[in-house]
Design a protein around this ligand. Structure first.
Ligand code: SAM
Ligand code: FES
Length: 341
């Protein structure tokens, strides 16, 4: 009954969402409904996003993150423009039609530099979507990147509850500014990705419901979720990792609340369980984001311990994912993979 109601109304009461998240009673039904809805909207298609982790310098100090500025044990790197373009060239040949430029908040990459990179990629690959994931900026900066050719922006809200947000971040960061960024991005015309870590320290089931409520208001085009995973050089080194099953349940719920949404089956999910990404696809996810960064720097973009794929060449990841995706009955397509609303 609950799952049918959710599928039909795209909504439940807070108590009902909590029941779905906290018990395994509805798991099979939820998984089946999520898969049916993803097939209705996207068939068996899985979209690829080529992830280019172009800098691990970061001025922020998020308590969970392995590349936080206080971590002295990271070897810091920045890709040159030439190296970034080489990643795109390799990615294009491998069938990628979306490039995600992700990095820490690195002051070296001024708006001018970001715009120059975006506009060059846009000129070279007019049939590709350029996605940025470079953190909190002013509305003017977001507008400049958009005008240069960026069409999408990934900025996980992390948690929509201000008190919980304050437990995960230093005092100079705020939930309010994070949300402001997301609304600015939407107003400018980006396809926007919000999202959160499941099982982040101090997270309650009610926090997850608050996240759903926030996203119902924001109406993001993409939602990135994965388990929180601890990193040995952060204040959260001893915190338990997020649970696979809870991530899967939330994926299923999100597919039913937002039938059209682009949902990645994340690297973190593949780290928490060897078949995590396959499970994610079976619970409603329809996007995978293989790494396109040069192998030499991958070890240094270690957001959490034991991150997978750090030793693999881009072509290996492409082939590996092709096999993984088809093993569960879906197929990778060469497509920009825009949202179907
Ligand atoms: N600086 C940009 C930003 O803040 O959006 C992009 C890079 S940031 C490292 C990308 C995402 O990594 C964050 O939104 C966060 O959810 C995720 N992340 C960071 N540390 C993590 C951890 N320990 N476990 C799981 N995910 C993590
Ligand atoms: Fe990178 Fe499997 S996706 S090796």
């Amino acid at each position: 009954m609950l799952i049918e109601t959710l599928r039909k109304n795209h909504d439940l009461t807070d108590e009902e969402f909590c029941t779905l998240l906290e018990t395994d009673r509805y798991d099979e039904e939820l998984k089946a409904a999520a898969d049916a809805v993803r097939r209705e909207y996207y068939g068996t298609d899985v979209y690829l996003r080529g992830l280019i982790e172009f800098t691990n310098y970061c001025k922020n100090d998020c308590l969970y993150c392995g590349i936080r500025r206080s971590n002295q044990n990271v070897e810091r790197y920045r890709l040159t423009e030439g190296e970034i373009f080489a990643c795109c060239e390799e990615g294009y040949a491998l069938g990628y039609r979306t490039f995600v430029l992700q990095g820490g908040e690195d002051p070296y990459f001024t708006d001018e530099r970001i715009c120059a990179i975006v506009s060059e990629i846009h000129t070279r690959y007019p049939d590709c979507a350029i996605t940025l994931s470079i953190g909190e900026k002013s509305r003017e900066s977001y507008q400049a990147y958009f005008d240069a050719g960026a069409a999408r922006y990934l900025l996980r809200h992390e948690t929509a509850d201000p008190a919980h947000y304050a437990m995960l971040h230093p005092t100079e960061m705020s939930c309010e500014n994070r949300k402001r960024c997301l609304y600015d991005l939407k107003a400018i015309g980006y396809q926007v990705g919000a999202g959160l870590m499941v099982g982040s320290p101090y997270q309650t089931t009610q926090n997850l419901v608050t996240d759903i409520r926030f996203m119902q208001e924001l109406k993001p085009d993409m939602i990135g979720i994965g388990p929180f995973l601890s990193h040995k050089d952060t204040p959260f080194r001893d915190k338990p990792n997020g649970k696979l099953q809870l991530v899967l349940r939330l994926l299923g719920i999100l597919r039913l609340v937002f039938p059209y949404v682009l949902l990645p089956s994340t690297t973190a999910l593949g780290t928490v369980h060897p078949l995590g990404r396959e499970f994610g696809l079976q619970w409603g996810a329809n996007v995978v984001m293989p790494n396109l960064s040069p192998t030499a720097v991958r070890e240094n973009y270690m957001l959490y311990d034991n991150k997978i794929c750090t030793g693999d060449e881009s072509a290996q990841c492409r082939g590996c994912l092709e096999r993984r995706v088809s093993s569960v009955g879906y197929q990778i397509v060469t497509d920009r993979g825009d949202v179907k609303k």
